[in-house]
Design a protein around this ligand. Structure first.
Ligand SMILES: NC(=O)c1ccc[n+]([C@@H]2O[C@H](COP(=O)([O-])OP(=O)(O)OC[C@H]3O[C@@H](n4cnc5c(N)ncnc54)[C@H](O)[C@@H]3O)[C@@H](O)[C@H]2O)c1
Length: 271
């Protein structure tokens, strides 16, 4: 039901955008990391933000995939290569976008990496890779945009954490991923406090079980029905369910929210 109401928002606002340039994000610019995959959460957010009037930059590891994704969401968007674990790359793309747009309003730290490993199987390189993309990448992209948002006197940073940070994980996530995503929540709260005087809001989303290529590829036979019995709403989440939460946090609808986390998990974790 939520997905179909989002579809209405998308269609309605696309029409509005074609007309008067309105929409919840009209005139705003948004950077979304890790958004090149056709069925991931980042692409769903990019599509919805574009339909709501934002100019969107899709960042991902592969330049061609990022550029194709930008074309897919409509005219006037841009796709760039950026490895969020590389601080120089983060600063470089933000410099390019600042030159192009003259302002940066929204950053979604969506790029992520998960590995399902038991604790004794987590090696040094596993830990580094998962911490680097999920936690260091979130810090570094935030550091790259914060000076511009401060200058603009306003901004919204949205960090993708996970139900794993709150519950201790699932079949899809090892302890290092849980720790990285819990770190993202701590980072979110600290940045929210530090940046509030600059009117830069920082919030997090904790998705539960969302049907993406990643989760579908790892579902053994019979697993889905087991997972669904633990979800009171009785279905897997869709990328659009998470995109709707991101739109709320990106827009002025959430103007008085900072340092919060929104759980999008169908009731799988009610506490
Ligand atoms: N799918 C779920 O059920 C779920 C649940 C909870 C949290 N999340 C989180 O939501 C976010 C998106 O998840 P998804 O399912 O769409 O994942 P996904 O694997 O489809 O997308 C992640 C994207 O990040 C990109 N990426 C990886 N390393 C990168 C790097 N160093 N620099 C830039 N980009 C990089 C990948 O190329 C990919 O396009 C992730 O942070 C994930 O941890 C997802």
């Amino acid at each position: 039901m939520f997905t179909s109401s989002l579809r209405n928002v998308r269609e309605g606002s696309a029409a509005a955008q074609a007309g008067a340039g309105t929409g919840l994000l009209a005139g705003r610019t948004a950077i979304i990391t890790g958004a090149a995959g056709p069925n991931g959460l980042g692409r769903a957010m990019a599509r919805l933000f574009a339909a709501q009037g934002a100019q969107v930059a899709i960042l991902d590891l592969d330049k061609t995939q990022a550029a194709d994704a930008a074309v897919d969401i409509g005219v006037g968007h841009i796709g760039l290569a950026c490895d969020v674990t590389d601080m120089a790359a983060c600063e470089d793309v933000v410099r390019q976008l600042d030159t192009r747009w003259g302002r940066i309003d929204i950053l979604v730290n969506n790029a992520g990496l998960t590995q399902s490993l038991g604790v004794m199987d987590i090696e040094h390189h596993n830990f580094n890779a998962v911490i680097d993309v999920n936690l260091r990448g979130t810090l570094q992209m935030s550091q790259a945009v914060i000076p511009r948002m401060r200058t603009g006197g306003k901004g919204s940073i949205i960090n993708l954490s996970s139900i794993a940070a709150l519950s201790g994980g699932t079949v899809f996530s090892g302890a290092h991923y849980c720790a990285a995503k819990a770190g993202v929540l701590g980072l979110t709260k600290a940045l929210a406090r530090e940046l509030a005087p600059d009117r830069v809001r920082v919030n997090a989303i904790c998705p539960g079980f969302i049907a993406t290529d990643f989760t579908k590829a790892r579902l053994a036979p019979g697993m889905l029905s087991d997972i669904l019995t633990g979800i009171p709403l009785g279905r897997a989440g869709a990328p659009d369910d998470v995109a709707g939460c991101a739109l709320f946090l990106a827009s002025d609808l959430s103007a008085y929210c900072t340092g919060i986390e929104i759980s999008a998990n169908g009731g799988a974790l009610i506490h």
